[in-house]
Design a protein around this ligand. Sequence first.
Ligand code: UDP
Length: 469
Amino acid sequence: MEQTRVPHVLLLPFPAQGHIKPMLILAELLSHAGFQVTFVNTDHNHDSLLRRTDITAFCKRFPNFLFSSIPDGLPSDHPRSGIQYIRYLFGSIKEASKPALCQLLISLKEETGSQRGPPTCIITDGLMSYGIDVAEELQIPVIAFRTCSAYCLWVYFHISKLVGEGEIPVSDENLDKPVACISGLENVLRLRDLPSICRYPKGNPVLQFFIGETTALTRASALILNTSHEIERPAISKLGPLFTNIYTIGPLRASPSDSFNGVLLQEDRSCMTWLDSQPSRSVLYISFGSLVILTRDQILEFWHGIVNSGKRFLWVIRSDLIIGESGTGTVPVELDQGTEERGCIVGWAPQEEVLGHPAVAGFLTHSGWNSTMESMVAGVPMICWPQLADQQVNSRGVSEVWKNGFDMKDTCDRSTVEKLVRDLMEDKREEIMESTDKIAKMAREAVKEGGSSYTNLEKLIEDIKSMAS
Ligand code: UDP
């Protein structure tokens, strides 16, 4: 009788923090299910992970987990942070990485005698359609993992139509015009809420990249989304007919006791000690994720607004957050004033732990999808200042659908910041907490045993097992 071999899944994330994290959490879950896992980063991100102090413990805990890497096509000393690097990746990663992925898969296919052997299935990032190309060429089943919200993905499927109707590029004059042609979201979105790429001129290469990658998704045999039916039902049901299978398995959460949590940067844990000494529900947590950049003027507007609100704050200021005339700028000296008394600034925080801390009352966020879900699960209401990609759509969901925060899109003047911080932490707290608690409960239930995402993850595991038999 032929023996069923242990399933082997190869995961290929887009090389940005917000993509690596949920894919790494999924990889850990698959590893827990007994699968062999190969996680393919770019050489640069691979090296960053290896610099983390807890990597050895992780590898000991997960002996069936292998990190592998492929080049991204840039010289090793080229800068690899910020949005410029991501724009380069949109244009060039396919050409640079596809041959190396092919080579890696061929060498795994030849490992027939080893326990690992060729992959049963590839899970490729939804912005890495070259993973689908390679899987098709080598006849390996492929599933796409799109790490943005389902709402935003559904919007991406309408970009060509919106270009055809002349709504894109969105201009300053029509920002508040309702978007009527996206079924299921008719009463939710205005043109200003469309993904940031909709403000680019027609024919812009990044716009074209997103259109191409979205169309390519449907060639995968199934789609994984980091969301749940309870959170995004209207969009998930609209996406349903486009895919043979959709596994909504979110909100994916790093398990603090048993996880590597998928972050590339070493966290500054001193902020946890600082939080321990703050009164309950008194602190505003501020972070703009891994890619957003601010000008000196913008950061000062935020600073004045926050200080004038009189609230305590924990602020993540990455070394490349502030952009100056000649590249990365320095933190304005003004930020030192008042910080010692009421604030704490770190370069990178253990965000999920911060959001779960009893001292935290609110989150001023850029509305990245991971941050949005993490805040939702933690029951922390948000002020949203979206800048890139799906962030514009997510922040609209926060203010209009889940009602667990305010959308501060397209402005950050000090008086607006001050007012919204006061509203969130004080004046409108009761009202906002009612819906925040409700959606938090739904998000947590989804991943509990018997919940919709829990059940979908079990189904995904069973479906991959059946590919191996
Ligand atoms: N993050 C973190 N520490 C920080 C800031 C962010 O661990 O100081 C994590 C955060 O928990 C989230 C991810 O980085 O999981 C950022 O992803 P998101 O989709 O929110 O935004 P992106 O960085 O892709 O813009």
